[in-house]
Design a protein around this ligand. Structure first.
Ligand code: ADP
Ligand code: GN1
Ligand code: MG
Length: 372
């Protein structure tokens, strides 16, 4: 049967041929809304019965300089989670991701450019969402809190950093300043307001790093990319059953996992909304998320971590805005974009949310005290 491929990805034929399928695939299509990897849904049609779906991903070489490290972490984490879920009597085939090996028995295929490609079963009966109802937002909080809880006894020394200094906001500020200095596309002049916004918050960038260095906040195994669309929800129950996008799961701060979810989900607008009057931090959604995240973590958060949760939200939002602006100044080489100014639009929504959080910071602290 003919294999249908996207016009821009003829190389998939060779990549697919490296993996074992029950019957040869009939099609692969672009899939999902991730900003980093190239994701495809692959379809196999057995002579009888339903179509079988797979997710094929080519890892971003811009984001992940050492692809083997990412895949090694991925395998260790999913193996650990599978064993934990089985011990708890849960369905590990839907509760965590898994890898389908190549003909040669490897967990991924490396192409001629050194890029790693992995194949995973599609977790059926699930939805991946860009925006959620309050109930589903709470379900995502419980799932991310629980993810951290499930990994609390993972042997952290066996994990390597896939992106060095990933959530080191001080380092993100430094890289922003370097991009600004280089101004390789001459874009800086037109975004003076955004640049000044960052420079006025230099000191904030050190708050979490200082607390970590002082031993106030513990280093844990964290996900580090806890967007709503990195959870698969069971379509029947609405439960957040599978945490995906494990490429940045490595030692980190629990408050950042909390914060990144708030950044993305505690508002009612898209990350690249152009009309900033629609971009507003919603403290009720923040409260809903906080309650369920703390519950999902099974009492595993320290007093200090609870106290720093509002800073996690504020700094993950600021840091993400800084990263979008840095990428805009550098010519959009890191985040996938679908139109020229998209990284700038993304940066502006983040800074609007930071402003809102700054204005409501006292209430954000009060909410945490009330839900604990
Ligand atoms: P990125 O790092 O680019 O965000 P993700 O790993 O998050 O890549 O995958 C992109 C999208 O693909 C997800 O948002 C989700 O919609 C979908 N996806 C990834 N893995 C699976 C899976 N095993 N089953 C179903 N959907 C998946
Ligand atoms: C990227 O991979 P994805 O789309 O889930 C990025 C996150 C950012 C996010 C902003 C590895 O997440 O750090 O917060 O975009 N992931 C990586 O939407 O850089
Ligand atoms: Mg993702």
């Amino acid at each position: 049967m003919k294999l249908y491929l996207p016009e821009d990805a003829p190389q998939l034929e060779r990549i697919l041929a490296a993996f074992s399928f029950p019957v040869p695939p009939v099609a692969a299509v672009h899939y999902g809304c991730g900003h980093i990897n190239d994701t495809y849904c692959v379809l196999c049609q057995p002579p009888e019965g339903d179509c079988i779906r797979y997710i094929l991903q080519g890892l971003s070489t811009a984001a992940f300089p050492d692809q083997a490290v990412v895949m090694d972490n991925f395998e260790k984490i999913t193996t650990f989670l599978r064993q934990k879920l089985l011990a708890l009597g849960e369905d590990a085939s839907r509760g965590t991701l898994s890898l389908i090996p190549t003909h040669g028995g490897n967990t991924y295929y490396t192409d001629e450019n050194g890029r790693a490609w992995r194949l995973m079963p599609y977790v059926e009966g699930t939805d991946c969402l860009q925006q959620a109802t309050p109930e589903l937002f709470a379900a995502s909080a419980k799932a991310f809190g629980r993810f951290q809880y499930l990994l609390c006894d993972f042997p952290v020394e066996t994990l390597r950093e896939t992106i060095v200094k990933f959530h080191d906001t001080e380092d993100r500020l430094l890289k922003f300043k370097q991009a600004l200095q280089a101004d390789s596309l001459g874009r800086a002049e037109a975004v003076r307001d955004e640049i000044d916004f960052v420079l006025a918050r230099e000191q904030d960038c050190s708050v979490l790093q200082s607390a970590l260095k002082a031993g106030i906040l513990p280093l844990r195994v964290t996900h580090n990319d806890t967007k709503l669309n990195n959870i698969l929800f069971d379509r029947a129950t609405g439960e957040g059953i599978c945490v995906i996008d494990l490429d940045t799961t490595m030692p980190g701060l629990s408050v950042n996992d909390f914060g990144d979810s708030i950044r993305f989900g505690a508002n009612h607008s898209a990350e690249d909304e152009k009309d900033l009057s629609k971009v507003n931090f919603d403290i009720e959604l923040y409260e809903i998320y906080a309650k369920s995240f703390i519950e999902g973590a099974h009492g595993g958060l320290t007093e200090a971590e609870l106290e720093y949760l509002p800073w996690g939200a504020r700094l993950m939002t600021l840091e993400c805005g800084i990263r979008f602006l840095t990428d805009y100044l550098s010519g959009d080489t890191y985040f996938h974009i679908h139109y020229p100014e998209q990284n700038l639009d993304r940066c502006r929504t983040q800074f609007k949310l930071v402003r809102d959080m700054e204005e409501q910071f006292e209430q954000m602290h009060a909410v945490i005290r009330a839900v604990c």
